[in-house]
Write a protein of this length. Structure first.
Length: 318
Protein backbone atom coordinates (compact mmCIF):
# COMPACT_ATOMS: atom_id res chain seq x y z
CA UNK A 1 0.00 0.00 0.00
CA UNK A 2 2.68 2.45 -1.09
CA UNK A 3 0.27 4.84 -2.81
CA UNK A 4 -1.36 7.68 -0.90
CA UNK A 5 -5.13 7.56 -0.46
CA UNK A 6 -6.48 10.98 -1.44
CA UNK A 7 -9.94 12.48 -1.13
CA UNK A 8 -10.26 13.13 -4.85
CA UNK A 9 -9.72 9.47 -5.70
CA UNK A 10 -12.31 8.47 -3.11
CA UNK A 11 -14.79 10.90 -4.68
CA UNK A 12 -14.28 9.38 -8.09
CA UNK A 13 -14.49 5.78 -6.86
CA UNK A 14 -17.71 6.59 -5.01
CA UNK A 15 -19.16 8.06 -8.22
CA UNK A 16 -18.23 4.94 -10.19
CA UNK A 17 -19.73 2.73 -7.48
CA UNK A 18 -22.96 4.74 -7.50
CA UNK A 19 -23.38 5.00 -11.30
CA UNK A 20 -21.68 1.81 -12.53
CA UNK A 21 -20.11 3.93 -15.26
CA UNK A 22 -16.71 5.54 -15.68
CA UNK A 23 -18.23 7.77 -18.35
CA UNK A 24 -20.78 9.23 -15.94
CA UNK A 25 -18.12 9.67 -13.29
CA UNK A 26 -15.89 11.49 -15.79
CA UNK A 27 -18.75 13.79 -16.78
CA UNK A 28 -19.60 14.51 -13.14
CA UNK A 29 -16.06 15.70 -12.38
CA UNK A 30 -15.10 17.04 -15.80
CA UNK A 31 -12.19 14.65 -16.37
CA UNK A 32 -11.39 11.94 -18.91
CA UNK A 33 -12.37 8.29 -18.49
CA UNK A 34 -8.66 7.50 -18.38
CA UNK A 35 -8.28 9.81 -15.38
CA UNK A 36 -11.25 8.04 -13.73
CA UNK A 37 -9.60 4.66 -14.30
CA UNK A 38 -6.32 5.94 -12.84
CA UNK A 39 -8.13 7.29 -9.75
CA UNK A 40 -9.78 3.90 -9.18
CA UNK A 41 -6.40 2.14 -9.48
CA UNK A 42 -4.80 4.60 -7.04
CA UNK A 43 -7.54 4.02 -4.47
CA UNK A 44 -7.30 0.25 -4.85
CA UNK A 45 -3.50 0.34 -4.54
CA UNK A 46 -3.70 2.50 -1.42
CA UNK A 47 -6.35 0.34 0.28
CA UNK A 48 -5.11 -3.02 -0.97
CA UNK A 49 -8.62 -4.12 -1.98
CA UNK A 50 -10.62 -4.27 -5.20
CA UNK A 51 -13.29 -1.61 -5.22
CA UNK A 52 -14.81 -2.02 -8.70
CA UNK A 53 -15.51 -5.30 -10.54
CA UNK A 54 -14.38 -4.46 -14.09
CA UNK A 55 -15.41 -7.84 -15.50
CA UNK A 56 -19.05 -6.82 -15.51
CA UNK A 57 -20.96 -4.35 -17.66
CA UNK A 58 -22.21 -2.07 -16.36
CA UNK A 59 -19.41 -1.89 -13.82
CA UNK A 60 -20.39 -3.10 -10.38
CA UNK A 61 -18.90 -2.07 -7.06
CA UNK A 62 -17.49 -4.82 -4.89
CA UNK A 63 -18.68 -5.11 -1.30
CA UNK A 64 -15.72 -2.91 -0.27
CA UNK A 65 -16.65 -0.43 -3.00
CA UNK A 66 -20.24 -0.27 -1.78
CA UNK A 67 -19.06 0.40 1.78
CA UNK A 68 -16.84 3.18 0.46
CA UNK A 69 -19.71 4.74 -1.49
CA UNK A 70 -22.05 4.54 1.52
CA UNK A 71 -19.49 6.05 3.88
CA UNK A 72 -18.15 8.66 1.54
CA UNK A 73 -20.89 11.17 2.27
CA UNK A 74 -19.91 11.07 5.97
CA UNK A 75 -16.25 11.47 5.02
CA UNK A 76 -17.07 14.42 2.78
CA UNK A 77 -19.15 16.09 5.53
CA UNK A 78 -16.39 15.64 8.11
CA UNK A 79 -13.87 17.05 5.68
CA UNK A 80 -16.11 20.07 5.10
CA UNK A 81 -16.36 20.60 8.88
CA UNK A 82 -12.58 20.42 9.11
CA UNK A 83 -12.21 23.07 6.43
CA UNK A 84 -14.70 25.32 8.24
CA UNK A 85 -12.75 24.93 11.49
CA UNK A 86 -9.47 25.74 9.77
CA UNK A 87 -10.92 28.84 8.12
CA UNK A 88 -12.42 30.01 11.43
CA UNK A 89 -9.02 29.57 13.10
CA UNK A 90 -7.33 31.50 10.30
CA UNK A 91 -9.77 34.38 10.83
CA UNK A 92 -8.58 34.90 14.41
CA UNK A 93 -5.85 37.43 15.19
CA UNK A 94 -2.34 36.06 15.28
CA UNK A 95 -2.13 36.44 19.05
CA UNK A 96 -3.76 33.43 20.66
CA UNK A 97 -1.88 33.60 23.96
CA UNK A 98 -4.09 36.07 25.82
CA UNK A 99 -3.12 37.53 29.19
CA UNK A 100 -6.35 38.74 30.75
CA UNK A 101 -6.93 40.74 33.94
CA UNK A 102 -10.21 40.22 35.77
CA UNK A 103 -11.59 42.55 38.41
CA UNK A 104 -12.22 40.56 41.61
CA UNK A 105 -16.01 40.80 41.63
CA UNK A 106 -16.15 39.35 38.11
CA UNK A 107 -13.38 36.79 38.65
CA UNK A 108 -14.94 35.51 41.86
CA UNK A 109 -18.44 35.05 40.44
CA UNK A 110 -18.43 34.19 36.72
CA UNK A 111 -14.80 34.53 35.67
CA UNK A 112 -14.28 30.77 35.51
CA UNK A 113 -17.07 30.44 32.93
CA UNK A 114 -15.45 33.08 30.74
CA UNK A 115 -12.05 31.42 30.96
CA UNK A 116 -13.55 28.05 30.07
CA UNK A 117 -15.38 29.47 27.04
CA UNK A 118 -12.33 31.34 25.75
CA UNK A 119 -10.06 28.33 26.22
CA UNK A 120 -12.30 25.52 24.99
CA UNK A 121 -14.88 27.25 22.79
CA UNK A 122 -14.64 28.44 19.21
CA UNK A 123 -11.77 30.84 19.99
CA UNK A 124 -9.59 28.17 21.64
CA UNK A 125 -7.22 30.75 23.09
CA UNK A 126 -4.23 29.94 25.20
CA UNK A 127 -5.21 31.95 28.25
CA UNK A 128 -3.61 33.29 31.39
CA UNK A 129 -5.91 35.17 33.79
CA UNK A 130 -5.13 37.40 36.78
CA UNK A 131 -7.64 38.72 39.26
CA UNK A 132 -7.24 41.81 41.43
CA UNK A 133 -8.37 45.38 41.99
CA UNK A 134 -9.24 47.44 38.94
CA UNK A 135 -6.41 49.91 39.55
CA UNK A 136 -3.77 47.19 39.33
CA UNK A 137 -5.01 46.21 35.89
CA UNK A 138 -4.57 49.74 34.52
CA UNK A 139 -0.91 49.66 35.51
CA UNK A 140 -0.48 46.12 34.15
CA UNK A 141 -1.99 47.13 30.81
CA UNK A 142 0.32 50.12 30.47
CA UNK A 143 3.35 47.98 31.33
CA UNK A 144 2.28 45.28 28.83
CA UNK A 145 2.00 42.73 31.64
CA UNK A 146 -1.52 41.92 30.42
CA UNK A 147 -3.19 42.27 27.02
CA UNK A 148 -6.70 43.15 28.18
CA UNK A 149 -8.69 43.69 31.36
CA UNK A 150 -12.29 43.10 32.36
CA UNK A 151 -12.70 45.97 34.75
CA UNK A 152 -14.99 48.66 36.12
CA UNK A 153 -12.27 51.29 35.58
CA UNK A 154 -12.64 52.97 32.18
CA UNK A 155 -9.03 54.20 32.52
CA UNK A 156 -10.09 57.63 31.29
CA UNK A 157 -6.63 59.05 31.90
CA UNK A 158 -5.18 56.73 29.25
CA UNK A 159 -5.44 57.77 25.61
CA UNK A 160 -4.08 54.77 23.74
CA UNK A 161 -6.71 52.22 24.80
CA UNK A 162 -9.94 50.86 23.38
CA UNK A 163 -12.98 50.32 25.59
CA UNK A 164 -15.77 47.78 25.05
CA UNK A 165 -18.57 48.25 27.63
CA UNK A 166 -20.70 45.14 28.10
CA UNK A 167 -22.66 45.40 31.36
CA UNK A 168 -24.03 47.99 33.79
CA UNK A 169 -25.26 47.30 37.32
CA UNK A 170 -26.75 49.60 39.95
CA UNK A 171 -25.55 50.11 43.50
CA UNK A 172 -27.74 48.61 46.21
CA UNK A 173 -28.00 48.89 49.98
CA UNK A 174 -27.12 45.73 51.93
CA UNK A 175 -28.26 45.59 55.56
CA UNK A 176 -28.48 42.99 58.34
CA UNK A 177 -31.62 40.97 57.69
CA UNK A 178 -33.22 41.85 61.04
CA UNK A 179 -33.01 45.58 60.21
CA UNK A 180 -34.63 45.39 56.77
CA UNK A 181 -38.11 46.53 57.86
CA UNK A 182 -36.74 49.30 60.04
CA UNK A 183 -34.46 50.76 57.35
CA UNK A 184 -36.67 50.22 54.33
CA UNK A 185 -38.45 53.60 54.48
CA UNK A 186 -35.56 55.80 55.63
CA UNK A 187 -33.40 58.26 53.71
CA UNK A 188 -29.79 57.26 53.12
CA UNK A 189 -28.45 59.98 55.41
CA UNK A 190 -30.67 58.75 58.26
CA UNK A 191 -29.62 55.14 57.69
CA UNK A 192 -25.95 56.10 57.88
CA UNK A 193 -26.58 58.06 61.06
CA UNK A 194 -28.07 54.96 62.69
CA UNK A 195 -25.74 52.32 61.19
CA UNK A 196 -22.03 52.24 60.49
CA UNK A 197 -21.07 52.11 56.80
CA UNK A 198 -19.01 49.04 56.00
CA UNK A 199 -16.97 50.33 53.10
CA UNK A 200 -15.28 48.96 50.06
CA UNK A 201 -11.70 50.16 50.37
CA UNK A 202 -10.99 53.45 48.62
CA UNK A 203 -8.11 51.61 46.95
CA UNK A 204 -10.81 49.86 44.93
CA UNK A 205 -12.72 51.49 42.09
CA UNK A 206 -16.04 50.59 43.73
CA UNK A 207 -14.97 52.15 47.04
CA UNK A 208 -13.88 55.36 45.33
CA UNK A 209 -17.13 55.53 43.36
CA UNK A 210 -19.23 55.12 46.52
CA UNK A 211 -17.29 57.92 48.23
CA UNK A 212 -17.85 60.26 45.27
CA UNK A 213 -21.57 59.52 45.40
CA UNK A 214 -21.78 60.27 49.13
CA UNK A 215 -19.81 63.49 48.66
CA UNK A 216 -22.20 64.62 45.92
CA UNK A 217 -25.10 64.07 48.31
CA UNK A 218 -23.30 65.83 51.15
CA UNK A 219 -23.59 62.69 53.31
CA UNK A 220 -20.82 62.21 55.86
CA UNK A 221 -20.45 58.65 57.11
CA UNK A 222 -17.81 58.07 59.81
CA UNK A 223 -15.05 55.69 58.74
CA UNK A 224 -15.25 52.37 60.56
CA UNK A 225 -14.49 49.29 58.46
CA UNK A 226 -12.98 49.02 54.96
CA UNK A 227 -12.36 45.90 52.90
CA UNK A 228 -10.72 45.14 49.57
CA UNK A 229 -12.82 42.01 49.08
CA UNK A 230 -16.58 41.83 48.76
CA UNK A 231 -16.97 38.59 50.70
CA UNK A 232 -15.38 40.21 53.78
CA UNK A 233 -17.67 43.24 53.40
CA UNK A 234 -20.83 41.11 53.17
CA UNK A 235 -19.65 39.01 56.12
CA UNK A 236 -19.42 42.12 58.31
CA UNK A 237 -22.93 43.19 57.37
CA UNK A 238 -24.27 39.68 57.99
CA UNK A 239 -23.17 39.75 61.64
CA UNK A 240 -24.73 43.16 62.22
CA UNK A 241 -21.66 45.40 62.06
CA UNK A 242 -23.29 47.90 59.72
CA UNK A 243 -24.68 48.41 56.23
CA UNK A 244 -22.92 48.49 52.87
CA UNK A 245 -23.38 50.11 49.49
CA UNK A 246 -22.40 47.60 46.84
CA UNK A 247 -23.42 45.99 43.54
CA UNK A 248 -25.19 42.73 42.66
CA UNK A 249 -21.98 41.02 41.48
CA UNK A 250 -20.17 42.08 44.65
CA UNK A 251 -23.09 40.74 46.67
CA UNK A 252 -22.84 37.46 44.78
CA UNK A 253 -19.16 37.26 45.65
CA UNK A 254 -20.22 37.20 49.32
CA UNK A 255 -22.96 34.62 48.76
CA UNK A 256 -21.74 32.48 51.68
CA UNK A 257 -23.07 35.18 54.03
CA UNK A 258 -26.12 36.24 52.01
CA UNK A 259 -28.66 34.36 54.12
CA UNK A 260 -28.20 36.86 56.93
CA UNK A 261 -28.49 40.07 54.89
CA UNK A 262 -31.31 41.95 53.21
CA UNK A 263 -30.87 43.84 49.94
CA UNK A 264 -32.76 47.10 49.50
CA UNK A 265 -32.92 49.67 46.71
CA UNK A 266 -30.46 52.46 47.44
CA UNK A 267 -32.44 55.43 48.84
CA UNK A 268 -32.21 58.67 46.93
CA UNK A 269 -30.53 59.21 43.55
CA UNK A 270 -29.23 55.99 42.11
CA UNK A 271 -25.85 55.38 40.53
CA UNK A 272 -24.22 52.43 38.81
CA UNK A 273 -20.94 50.97 37.67
CA UNK A 274 -20.10 49.75 34.19
CA UNK A 275 -18.08 46.66 33.39
CA UNK A 276 -15.99 46.85 30.26
CA UNK A 277 -13.16 45.19 28.41
CA UNK A 278 -10.16 47.48 27.99
CA UNK A 279 -7.28 46.77 25.60
CA UNK A 280 -4.37 48.69 24.16
CA UNK A 281 -5.46 50.35 20.92
CA UNK A 282 -5.03 48.09 17.90
CA UNK A 283 -3.91 45.03 19.85
CA UNK A 284 -7.17 43.04 19.85
CA UNK A 285 -9.47 45.08 17.64
CA UNK A 286 -11.24 42.11 16.02
CA UNK A 287 -11.13 39.79 19.02
CA UNK A 288 -12.07 42.21 21.81
CA UNK A 289 -15.76 42.73 20.86
CA UNK A 290 -16.26 38.96 20.81
CA UNK A 291 -14.67 38.57 24.23
CA UNK A 292 -16.88 41.38 25.58
CA UNK A 293 -19.99 39.64 24.21
CA UNK A 294 -18.99 36.39 25.91
CA UNK A 295 -18.23 38.25 29.15
CA UNK A 296 -21.73 39.71 29.14
CA UNK A 297 -23.38 36.38 28.29
CA UNK A 298 -21.66 34.73 31.27
CA UNK A 299 -23.23 37.29 33.59
CA UNK A 300 -26.67 36.84 32.06
CA UNK A 301 -26.52 33.04 32.05
CA UNK A 302 -24.54 32.32 35.22
CA UNK A 303 -24.88 35.28 37.60
CA UNK A 304 -28.37 36.65 37.01
CA UNK A 305 -30.31 33.53 38.08
CA UNK A 306 -28.40 33.48 41.39
CA UNK A 307 -28.77 37.23 41.88
CA UNK A 308 -32.51 36.96 41.21
CA UNK A 309 -32.76 34.31 43.92
CA UNK A 310 -31.01 36.59 46.43
CA UNK A 311 -32.81 39.75 45.31
CA UNK A 312 -36.18 38.81 43.73
CA UNK A 313 -37.13 42.44 43.01
CA UNK A 314 -33.90 43.19 41.13
CA UNK A 315 -33.96 43.69 37.35
CA UNK A 316 -30.62 43.87 35.55
CA UNK A 317 -29.74 47.12 33.87
CA UNK A 318 -27.11 45.36 31.67
Amino acid sequence: MGDQLDLRSLQIVAAVAETGSMLEASQRYGITQSAVSQAVRRAEAATGVTLVDRSRRPLKATRAGRILANRFHDINRDFGNLLDALRAAAALPERVDLRLGLVDSYAGTVGAYLVKELATGAMALSLTAWSGLAGSHAEALVRHTIDAAITCDAMEDLDDVERFPFYREPYLLVAPRHLAAELGELELETILERCRLVRHSERSYVGAQVERHLNRLGVRAPRAFEFDTSDSLIAMVSIGMGVAITTPLCLLQGIAHAANVAVLPLPGPGFSRELLLVTRRGDLSSLAPRIADIARSTIVAQAMPRISTLVPWFTAAG
